[in-house]
Design a protein around this ligand. Structure first.
Ligand code: SAM
Ligand code: SF4
Length: 346
């Protein structure tokens, strides 16, 4: 078993993390970098200023942080970013998490990626214990792909997806639903995923960050509408499956395929929320839609044992709010939060 810090190869559990609304926190999403090799228009501006390296948690610190959460009951880790696979030596971190999978404390280690580096890393990820990856892909049209990601190239991502499947990773495609952009590709995306045995989830665009000149409300394509269009062609069977997050799933009776809808704006999923998000600088966001956060980097760096960190985590979870404040209903973006998705990690 390998630990980056050379310590703590076994996990002795402490009392689980329960928030004031009796929700157990079992899912941690960790952003390991704010950097990315793409500049998706709904996520970043073209000229991003990234954080100085010293602000970021080191790989050792990420290991300590995640190991502490696992000791406190986190069973699922999703690594995200920015683009997680552009962080230098990130495989060292994935391999360090393998020990928690082997010990049974961690049930799932997974990631969300733009797919650009999957060709390089798919086998290593599989060897580290990753079994599923989410790949973000909004269009199958090369020109449109270049337009929406600004810097991305579709063939590279498609090769990454091939490599992931060849390595035995289960791939789920996440597509942001964008009015006037990929509306006409709904069935192309659905058929392409079915032909490759991949699940597909649509995400409603969220009022995050700053799109510069583009108006986010103009891009808003309601998943209610998307679902209705799917229902014109297929029989949709609602699946009971709940993830503790904003995703709902249906099965297409005719193909057996699973389609997900992530509607953080129009659905109240907060009552079952089991997750918190850690940024690459060690800030813990207890709710995606709220500004409140707790700095965990200071207690982590203040001491080499994890007692202060554990106290800070418990104090943060005590402040987890009941729900979020997003609201598009009056055609203006209420409850808008100013940070970018690349900061909190989507
Ligand atoms: N770079 C990786 C990727 O693209 O998958 C991981 C980080 S990215 C911030 C995580 C997810 O957030 C992606 O699926 C992306 O499409 C989504 N996302 C980014 N900005 C968004 C927004 N404003 N509304 C909805 N989803 C967004
Ligand atoms: Fe990068 Fe992912 Fe944001 Fe696109 S959505 S800019 S790939 S972090």
């Amino acid at each position: 078993m390998h630990s980056l810090s050379g310590m703590d190869t076994t996990i002795s559990r402490t009392a689980p993390l329960i928030d004031p609304f009796a929700r157990a926190i079992s899912y941690l999403r960790v952003s390991v970098t704010d950097r990315c090799d793409f500049r998706c228009v709904y996520c970043m501006s073209e000229n991003m200023t990234f954080l100085p390296k010293k602000e970021l948690l080191t790989l050792e610190e990420l290991d300590r942080m995640c190991s502490t959460f696992i000791r406190m009951g986190v069973e699922k880790l999703r690594i995200t970013g920015g683009e997680p696979l552009v962080r230098r030596d990130i495989m060292t971190f994935f391999r360090a998490m393998t020990r928690h999978l082997e010990a049974g404390a961690l049930k799932e280690l997974t990631l969300t990626t733009n797919g650009s580096q999957l060709q390089r890393f798919a086998t290593d990820l599989r060897d580290a214990g990753v079994r599923r990856v989410n790949v973000s892909l909004d269009t199958l049209d090369e020109k449109k792909f270049a337009e929406i990601t600004r810097w991305g190239r579709l063939p590279q991502v498609l090769k990454g997806i091939d490599a992931a499947q060849a390595a035995g990773l289960r791939v789920k495609i996440n597509a942001v639903a964008l009015k006037g952009f990929n509306e006409d590709e709904l069935f192309d995306l659905q058929e392409w995923c079915a032909s490759r045995d991949m699940d597909l989830t649509f995400i409603e665009v969220m009022p995050m960050g700053d799109l510069g000149n583009e108006d986010r409300l103009d891009q808003y394509w309601s998943l209610k509408d998307l679902r209705a269009r799917l229902a014109e062609r297929f029989t949709l069977i609602d699946l009971a499956e709940r993830t503790g997050g904003p995703a709902r799933y249906v099965q297409l009776q005719e193909t057996g395929q699973k389609i997900g809808f992530i509607t953080p704006l129009t659905h109240n999923f907060c009552e079952s929320c089991n997750r918190v998000r850690l940024t690459c600088t060690g800030e813990l966001y207890m709710c995606l839609g709220q500004e409140d956060m707790a700095d965990l980097r200071a207690p982590l760096r203040a001491s080499t044992d994890d007692a202060m960190l554990e106290d800070a985590i418990r104090a943060a979870i005590e402040r987890k709010p009941k729900g979020h404040d997003f609201d598009y209903s009056r055609q203006k973006v209420d409850g808008q939060v100013s940070r970018h998705m690349s900061h909190t990690g989507g």
